[in-house]
Design a protein around this ligand. Sequence first.
Ligand code: ADP
Ligand code: MG
Length: 595
Amino acid sequence: MRIRYLPETLINQIAAGEVIERPAAAVKELAENAVDAGASEIAIDIRQGGKSLIVIADNGSGMNETELAASVDRHATSKLPSDDLLDIKHLGFRGEALASIAAVSRLEIATRQQDGESWSIAVEGGRKHPIKAAGHPSGTQITVRDLFYATPARLKFLKSDRAEYMAVRDIIQRLAMAFPAIGFRLNHDGVKSLHYPAFQSLEDRLSAVMGRDFGQNAFPVSFEREGVILSGLASLPTYHKATAQHQYLFVNGRPVRDKLLTGAVRGAYADVLHRGVHPALALFVTLPAQEVDVNVHPAKAEVRFEKPDLIRGMIVSALKHGIHAQGFRPSNTTSGAALQKFTISPHGLAPANTSFWAAPQSASPQSYGNLAEAAQNIYEPLAPLVARTYEAPAPQADTQQYPLGAAMAHLHENYIIAQTQSGLVIVDQHAAHERLVYERFKAQMAASGGVEKQGLLTPDIITMDEADCAALLDHGDIFASAGLEIESFGIDALAVRSIPALLSGRANISKLLGELAADIRDNNHAGGLEEKLNALLSTMACHGSIRSGRKLNPDEMNALLRQMEETPLSGQCNHGRPTYIALSLQDIEKLFHRR
Ligand code: ADP
Ligand code: MG
């Protein structure tokens, strides 16, 4: 065995594998360099997902002749003047990106400082050509041809052009969110892909990147604890996405990916979103440089926090707080989507449909007698409120003052139509009531550490699958604190000793237990105790709420509306579906071309 020192080009190729794993990584390094150079405009052109060509031009500081020659050498950087790895003020600091890219491609740099001369250099597969005079305007343009031609093994592992392009696009979007003052352009195969003008406000930039809808359906996040500042925008629970890809984290201005974010976000929204949908958000963490290590990974995409629990806790608290502060506001996309459904048929509306919106009295032809009777009729949890709000029949004009207005009609045994001062509201009674019951459960838990239960004189014996029985009994303690006391009764049956008082006379307990067993099986109740309990309460609430199909009288409907106004988070059901949509008169007038 003979130990030998590897030649420089080979060392660079090996190192390049870590820093530059795909075209998007090269684009990231080059665009970060442009940001570090103080550019206000960065233009990127790529071909074939960046595999055959990457051109990136900036109007930043540029380099002089000596700097240019040094820039492509390994570990040459202008960004670590003090040898202190904790004092990092730029995106770059390792001084290896240009050397790495140059080692595996055909690289060309043309540059000029504001009042200097213009120079260019070419490096092919790590071999440096002499510096030449050039005719470049001030700033820098870097051209990367045939990335990985020098390392065919790597080339083989690249994905399709489209996939590589999407990765590039994602990189630029993240950088664009972190630097709203910088203008970014991206073209792919000559086609315009992204264009963000310079000097946008952070909010405008986030809307530009994440969509106008996001901007309109997000709440601001702002939180500070122990010298750490958290800010940004997060979506309302009713505005959500099928993947967690639309969640962005920035640490001290640097776009990073961190598992900590995903977990914290899931925890914060657990109460208002079911699994399988995800909020969209962009969060910015600012903290003293000594409390975060950005030098964990050659691509600098990951960070290590000195106090990860503090950061995670802050994200959860800030988001929960923000969600609650939104009260019963659902996203405006729901009413927008509703409006689009009202397409006007060229033949005019059928008469049956017009009566839909007929005068209010047609909706309540019969009188409901006195309120005591109404209160008797009403679904139990609503009763106290009916008594409180409706001691005397409220005149309609008054009721209309409420944000959710006065109930006018009950349609298809599930939809309440209410008239508000500025338009109308359509409520999904099942979704709305589910949230109300859920919040009641939580209030009971908070007040007394348990859900109010109702003992059963004779236990309900429910037969079910042996595995389901065992799974449910495993969670017996949590169920008990939620008012649902179960005991083993032979191997394939359970005895139910008590049920939550709110479910009494409403829920089909056997069905509920079946669903809870399925939840456990699908691991839907994973997570900490509180998460488990909330998931359980949510499932119970669904079973305890007024089903669609149940007729409501006007007092019941109005009581439901008033309760929604008072209940936190009532803009969405426990699964993140909206509980109501609001249409303004303006919108309606538009539909009729009155505007
Ligand atoms: P790092 O960014 O970690 O310093 P790089 O290999 O990416 O390492 O770049 C090496 C050096 O080249 C930088 O420190 C900087 O001085 C110079 N440089 C690279 N790109 C540019 C650019 N677009 N404009 C001006 N200078 C640049
Ligand atoms: Mg760099």
